[in-house]
Write a protein that binds this ligand. Sequence first.
Ligand SMILES: [Zn+2]
Length: 332
Amino acid sequence: MSHKLQIGEMQSSYLTDKDIWSCFNYIFSPKSKNSTTYKFVLIKSIIENLYNVNASLELSYDQLFSSFAKIYWNLVIHHDLNQINMIGKKSEVQHILLEAQAKQQIPNTLVFDKLSSELQLHIISKVKKRCKLNVMGAIYGDTNGTIYDFDNKKEFVKLNGSFYSFMQRFQRVLTYLTNYHLALFLEKFNEKGDTTKLLLKVENVSKRSSLDQFYSVLESFYNGKCFYCGKAIKKKDGVHVDHFIPWSFVQADQLWNLVLSCSSCNLSKSDKLADTDYLHALIDRNDHFLTISSFQLREDMQVYTANKLQQLYQYSIDNGYTDIWIPNKRIN
Ligand SMILES: [Zn+2]
């Protein structure tokens, strides 16, 4: 099957877990053509957007490739890592990013989310245009067209229902597996690049350097109080933007999963799930957010449902987040 396909329709509607494991085994095996890191980065981008799909399990290319561009930029520019299996050559997306960097004279230290929003959009649009041709059809071909539909004209991908449920149920192990294979590839094809602690870099490559933009949105709502313990947050304490479902699991930043917390709650909660009381409080807060017109326009809020958050909470437990946390003292 050609990887230059423009439209791919799903070949079967129901897939067993065994079918889907064999797809992943194939993608990660030497039988699959992995001359670049595209497939690994695409899987990471799908994982990152798992809860950004609409009710029909569709995801826009803009969302998918903004994750892709961010991950790629951080690998290529920030970590100076080659993405193709030929030393001395570069993948096409690598060229796009290096050109943008040279043109604007951007230092290597800048991670993607520190670029101006105008430049981010410009890069995302170029990356999307290139990946439409080379990337969407590749995994589609590897899996015999079973795990998603895609349409390069309408610019969306629609995930197969069984595949979606599989990704939710095995999200953590799939994240590990993808990061491992990406790090392995990078180690093999980077002689001079910064290959120390590769796995750690790959694990954190999606992470935003700052959640300030969310802080300014949440600030007025919390009135300076911690979501968990209810205490007024002192200045010296600092306000933390906390991922209610831990970032290490969700790998994404959506307003409906973010709260403001004091530093002691944030640090003691760390990578754990908060008690279900807080889940309900967050659902109530999000219901309130949906009544505010400026929030209704946000992409992340448009695909939010209470059911989605409840599912995510349950899947976190199923994926091993079984330590349930409560704050030391609660004021209200
Ligand atoms: Zn607190």
